[in-house]
Design a protein around this ligand. Structure first.
Ligand code: SAM
Length: 219
């Protein structure tokens, strides 16, 4: 357990973002340097996003903490993550639930890298799929919790459909440059509450219900 990791976690806790002891333990057990490569490992415990190749990033630790706290994970939750990236967020979620974490990524080499990362850490309850996560992952639906780790122009309808009544979704909504993070609680099959928890910057969610589709409709 490195001093740098403990210091990073301590700082996030001091700022008041990190509250749950289970999440703190997960962060201590899952060194972020395992999820970044080469010379970038030197930045692993800085509170910044880091490139993971293919113009994608592993999210900033404070952002991961804020989103994970907002998800209020219970040990019985089946969780879906859209945007596997390095696998760090899914690894963290895997420590908070006894059920499976399903995660989907559209870039094949990131899927393969994330599989390697999780294998090395002997994490068995994360199931990684390749594909367009803006459609969700119907095969294993419904989910108690859904987390989207890429910027969305709107809430993808399939994701709302695949969330259980009573379930929570955390999603950054906005344009390419800035997004507002919302916590969505599904109240009935057709009604949900939406609470803002601040502004963030994410890489875009591409795909049918993401930005690609929007751009192509402008042609
Ligand atoms: N959660 C990741 C982690 O812990 O490293 C960071 C995610 S990164 C900020 C966003 C990821 O979303 C990128 O890896 C990107 O390729 C992926 N992505 C974008 N659009 C997607 C889509 N339609 N389906 C699945 N993944 C998508």
């Amino acid at each position: 357990m490195s001093y740098d990791n403990r210091k990073m976690i301590f700082d996030i806790k001091q700022k008041g973002y990190l509250k749950s002891p289970e999440l703190e333990k997960a962060l201590l057990d899952l060194p972020r340097e395992k999820f970044v490569s080469g010379a970038l490992k030197g930045f692993a415990y800085k509170d910044v996003p880091i490139s993971i190749g293919h113009r994608q990033t592993i999210s900033q630790p404070t952002t991961v903490v804020i989103m994970t706290e907002a998800l209020k994970v219970k040990s019985t939750d089946k969780i879906l993550e859209i945007g596997t990236g390095s696998g760090w967020q899914s690894a963290i979620l895997s420590k908070l639930t006894k059920k499976n974490v399903y995660t989907i990524e559209r870039i094949r080499s990131l899927v393969n890298q994330a599989k390697e990362n999780l294998k090395e850490l002997r994490i068995k309850n994360v199931k990684i799929s390749e594909g367009d996560g803006s459609n969700g992952l119907k095969k294993y639906a419904p989910y108690n919790k859904i987390i989207i780790t890429a910027a969305c122009p709107e809430i993808p309808k399939p994701l709302l459909d695949q969330l259980k009544v009573g379930g929570i979704m955390v999603i950054p909504l906005g344009d390419y440059y800035s997004q507002e993070m919302f916590v969505i609680t599904k109240r009935t099959k057709t009604k949900y509450d939406k609470v803002s928890i601040g502004y963030f910057n994410f890489v875009p969610l591409m795909g049918k219900y993401g930005f690609e589709e929007k751009k192509s409709t402008l042609k």
